[in-house]
Design a protein around this ligand. Structure first.
Ligand SMILES: Cc1cc2nc3c(=O)[nH]c(=O)nc-3n(C[C@H](O)[C@H](O)[C@H](O)COP(=O)(O)OP(=O)(O)OC[C@H]3O[C@@H](n4cnc5c(N)ncnc54)[C@H](O)[C@@H]3O)c2cc1C
Length: 495
């Protein structure tokens, strides 16, 4: 009697449960869903998942497993076709990370086993008498529980974080940054990308992302050797001339299951202990893995489907056309970030948060539309991780349920941390007039426009009070529609 184990494209590991107890008697099912492939997602993202899935299936066959690798109109059809052909007594799978996928496969009668790709058990968090209310206490509890950078019950170095050392702007002259890890495409991958290119936006950057477990391990070791030691100081900076700076770019490998967070934590902790990574960089990086990544995963499962509809600031504008096409934008900051996204299917955190999400929040783009666009545009995009990052941290659409204040900044902040403003037609220091930077105008307008909903957000009270007291308040409000039109790409003439 056949028992089927079904593997999704973000579960590409044999190093987790229940693989040790699977045998050649089990059929491993993998499905390429045309419904997903045909969506207008970034070319590199679609190619990355397909290539990694095909490589994984091949590795499984080499290990002696029977693999039913099939293409179907969608997962429902694929499961149905598999059942007809193999008549399995049971189909099981590791629980998908996304709420929608979990509901779908439960409905289809698939047995869901625990999700082994994280360090935190959601049910354990759910049952805690005092649930963590924000990332920081959750992170400190993770440090203790997982014994990461700890000396007994105290943090190594006597501090839980080194943010003050990690907030440096882009160095003068732009700095020099380690070349990204890459691996040449195989002939099959070249053929795959050629097949997908006519129907998907974005460039072919498959070579800079790992498509096999061996490549993912290579990328991790390369990141530990050349990149993570430099991560801390400039983690909040960005450059129009460099798309990666000192960011590890491990998110796709982690999100596809090619790397497990436990092995990343172990390897980085060992490099720190050996003196190869400074404490500020090691702590800054490990916080992302055991803190933020686990936190947004837990939040996704503690919340219900209604969460994605949250829209605290009633933001209804559609996204600019240039987001969908990843094309040009007359604001240099958006132009640079969209170019990076077009070329690589990825932006580092500051480009996502302080340029894309910031522009969206200030101009009133719809948060769910932004979430859906980002999910398809990014090589690491997924429902479980986008939700808290976009609806919560990025746009404050949940009114402070994820972050304690809106992450907003005007042109001056962007100009301080990046070189995006160089050569821009708009001036970051000007709020009013034809050359005013739309982000600067909208930063103040946002605080004035949302006076009522922001009244209870204590962490932004000083900025709100300063905005309300501005002598040029009326002019800012009058200028705002023009600034919104520029961000949304709906203005016809240049300044
Ligand atoms: C608006 C917005 C959208 C985002 N969308 C995604 C997404 O679709 N997929 C995704 O994996 N991350 C997302 N993030 C989080 C973060 O920006 C990326 O994980 C990070 O940029 C990946 O680059 P890296 O691997 O170099 O990260 P590093 O800075 O090197 O961090 C190491 C790892 O920590 C994890 N991590 C760091 N920050 C976060 C975070 N806020 N949430 C979850 N994991 C985190 C990632 O797995 C990352 O690989 C988003 C953030 C924002 C503000």
């Amino acid at each position: 009697m056949t028992q089927t184990f079904f593997v999704l494209g973000d579960q590409l590991s044999t190093g987790v449960e229940p693989w040790p107890i699977l045998s050649p008697d089990n059929v491993i099912l993998m499905i390429e869903s045309e419904a997903l492939i045909c969506q207008p997602r970034h070319l590199t993202r679609v190619g990355l998942y397909l290539s990694a899935m095909r490589n994984f299936a091949q590795e499984l066959r080499q290990k002696g497993f029977v693999v039913d690798y099939r293409r179907a109109a969608d997962f429902t059809q694929g499961l149905h076709d598999h059942q007809r052909e193999f008549c399995p007594t049971e189909i099981s799978m590791n629980a998908p990370r996304g709420r929608h996928a979990r509901a779908l496969f439960l409905r289809l009668g698939v047995v869901l086993l625990p999700d082994p790709f994280f360090l935190t058990n959601v049910e354990e968090v759910r049952s805690r008498p005092k649930k963590p209310t924000s990332m920081e206490p959750f992170y400190r509890a993770q440090r203790l529980r997982l014994n990461v950078l700890m000396e007994g019950t105290e943090p190594v170095g006597g501090q839980w974080n080194f943010d003050t050392e990690n907030r440096k702007p882009l160095p003068r002259g732009g700095g020099t940054w380690p070349e990204p890890w890459s691996a040449a495409l195989t002939q099959d991958e070249v053929a795959l990308m050629n097949e997908l290119a006519p129907t998907h936006p974005g460039a072919n950057a498959l070579d800079v992302w790992p498509r096999t477990r061996a490549q993912a391990i290579e990328q991790l070791h390369d990141a530990i050797l050349r990149i993570i030691p430099l991560f801390g100081p400039h983690e909040d900076a960005a450059s129009s001339d460099n798309w990666h700076l000192a960011h590890s770019r491990l998110s796709p490998a982690l999100n596809m299951g090619l790397l497990h967070p436990a092995e990343v934590v172990e390897a980085v902790s060992a490099a720190f202990a050996a003196g190869r990574i400074p404490l500020a960089s090691a702590e800054g990086f490990l916080r992302q893995i055991i803190g933020w990544r686990e936190w947004v995963y837990v939040l996704h499962h503690l919340r219900t489907a209604e969460y994605e509809q949250e829209n605290f600031l009633a933001a209804t504008h559609p996204l600019p056309e240039s987001f969908a096409t990843m094309g040009t934008h007359e604001m240099r900051c958006l132009n640079a970030v969209l170019r990076h996204l077009h070329d690589y299917g990825w932006n580092h955190h500051i480009e996502r948060l302080m340029v894309l999400a910031n522009s969206a929040t200030l101009s009133g783009m719809n948060p769910l539309a932004l979430t859906r666009w980002m999910t398809g545009a990014y090589v690491d995009g997924a429902e479980w991780v986008m939700e808290a990052n976009v609806i919560g941290m990025g746009t404050f659409a949940d009114g402070g349920d994820t972050g304690t204040k809106p992450y907003i900044g005007g042109g001056n902040y962007v100009n301080k941390m990046t070189n995006f403003c160089k050569g821009c037609a708009f001036s970051p220091t000007e709020r009013i007039g034809p050359a005013a930077c739309p982000l600067t105008t909208l930063y103040w307008d946002f605080l004035i426009r949302h006076e009522a909903p922001l009244a209870k957000v204590h962490r932004i009270a000083p900025q709100r009070k300063a905005a309300l007291a501005r002598p040029d308040r009326a002019e800012i409000t009058a200028q705002a529609p023009n600034a919104v039109a520029i961000v949304l790409g709906r203005r016809h003439s240049s300044p």
